[in-house]
Design a protein around this ligand. Structure first.
Ligand code: ARG
Length: 459
């Protein structure tokens, strides 16, 4: 079989060498984008008089045929033709005859592949943004139901201060909002057309890059042909934004896993997002959450891989760049899958409100209330800290909590303490009184939920 580039060669690579070189096993994922790019290119060649209307229409007819076949999955590709571009060109020539060979006029695989990936990511990033919004919607829904549900807030995974469960959940809403912002911002750079940059230097044909860009729905073109074919920043950005997004999901995964242990028992994940054990009949394992946590590793890896591929590359195209695709496809798939899983888990999880409230009622996370109480009465905070520390120690020795301390004992530690202390240290009072802007006070939590709801509606 003659190579499409075989003119200057006297010998062909052996099959196993072809296999090493080929990207068709994975870049066939770009089949639709490649056809779309070719259609725009040939339409532009026609408009600019570089191909006759008849030639262009024949090619377009062929491309449409290939597109239909691709949609029904009936195209077959071969390693012999290396990548998606050469495979499609071969299929086109088989379909329309020699005129198909005119498609590649004024174009190179270098601007072609860059165009394909811009088109591909543009669609996928839009999809990811939509899925983030769905997940945010699920978070807001749970949060609305749990504004007044309290859980211990932790630092160092030690109980710190009681908070509203909604406040905790909404943290993830804001993280995801930043993820969404980053992805939206990256669109400015994804939404550019490299098409017409040629191999690296532009072309001698009187092409119209703005026109093909417009046909493809891009909002602009690369200003420098060398940059257009060498740039993979837009993929790096996507991988990096995805790594941050997955890191957020992974933190939530960890909390879901922890909260659904028998020890915490704060939530129960729905049966439909958990699995059983092949040996231990009682088990209900949070596999989906664990997988999202685990898959964060491969997404981080994909980012580091591409950074490493690119770091020493001279301009312009180098075959190393063929290594940019698998990590990108894998990341798209992983991020989309993980977001769907989390939306489902968030929607269906059962919140064990009683267990959470029992937890906040039987710990020392109200100790700060007592210290603040003394400080508000004029005791220097450092001193108040020490007084309360001693009281906590006393309670630990006695085996009870601050709410069980008698007024007489309180007053032995400080005469400033009066009988109103019992109301002050109640967890609900502790949460309610943290009414500083953005704090966990129920009123503040309501405000942020309203903001979030407004943003989701007007997105
Ligand atoms: N399969 C190649 C890639 O993915 C397409 C570009 C090939 N260009 C070239 N000059 N060999 O990077």
């Amino acid at each position: 079989m003659m190579k499409l580039w075989g003119g200057r060669f006297t010998k062909k690579p052996e099959e196993w060498v072809d296999e090493f070189n080929a990207s068709i096993s994975f870049d066939q994922e770009l089949v639709m984008e490649d056809i779309e790019g070719s259609k725009a290119h040939v339409t532009m060649l026609k408009k600019c008089g570089i191909l006759s209307a008849e030639e262009a229409d024949q090619i377009l007819g062929g491309l449409n045929e290939l597109e239909d076949k691709a949609a029904e999955g009936s195209l077959s590709f071969s390693t012999q033709y290396e990548d998606i571009h050469l495979n499609l060109e071969k299929l086109l020539i088989d379909t329309v005859g020699e005129v198909g060979g005119k498609l590649h006029t004024g174009r190179s695989r270098n601007d072609q592949i860059a165009t394909d990936m811009h088109l591909f990511l543009k669609k996928r990033v839009e999809e990811v943004i939509g899925l983030i919004e769905e997940f945010q919607g699920a978070i807001v829904k749970q949060a609305e139901d749990h504004i007044e549900t309290m859980i211990p807030g932790y630092t160092h995974l030690q109980r710190a201060q009681p908070i509203s469960f909604a406040h905790h959940l909404m943290t993830y809403y804001w993280m995801l909002d930043r993820d969404k912002d980053r992805l939206k911002d990256s669109m400015k750079r994804i939404d550019l057309s490299p098409l017409g940059a040629g191999a690296l230097a532009g072309t001698t044909f009187p092409i119209d890059r703005a026109y093909s860009a417009e046909l493809l729905g891009f909002s602009g073109v690369y200003e420098n042909s060398l940059d257009a074919v060498s740039d993979r920043d837009f993929i790096l950005e996507f991988l990096s934004n995805s790594a941050i997004l997955m890191t957020h999901l992974s933190r939530l995964a960890e909390e879901f896993i922890l909260w659904s242990t028998e020890e915490f028992h704060f939530i129960e994940l729905d049966d439909s997002f958990t699995t059983g054990s092949s040996i231990m009949p009682q088990k209900k394992n949070p596999d989906m959450a664990e997988l999202v946590r685990g898959k964060t590793g491969r997404v981080n890896g994909n980012l580091v891989s591409l950074l490493t591929v690119l770091k020493g590359l001279p301009l312009a195209y180098n075959k190393d760049m063929q290594e940019d695709k698998e990590g990108m496809f894998d990341t798209v798939k992983t991020v989309i899958g993980s977001l769907k899983i989390f939306t489902g888990m968030m929607d269906t999880m059962k919140v064990n409100k009683d267990v959470m409230e029992e937890a906040v009622g039987t710990d020392f996370s109200n100790a700060t209330e007592l210290a603040d109480y003394l400080a508000a009465k004029g005791m220097p905070f450092r001193k108040a800290h020490e007084v309360v520390g001693k009281l906590v120690l006393h309670c630990i020795e006695q085996g009870y909590y601050l709410k069980d301390v008698t007024l007489a004992t309180y007053q032995q530690h400080s005469e400033l303490i009066e009988s109103d202390i019992y109301d002050i240290i109640a967890p609900s009072a502790a949460v309610k009184r943290r009414n500083s802007y953005g704090g966990t006070g129920f009123e503040q939590v309501k405000i942020q939920i309203e903001k979030a709801k407004g943003a989701l509606v007007t997105k």
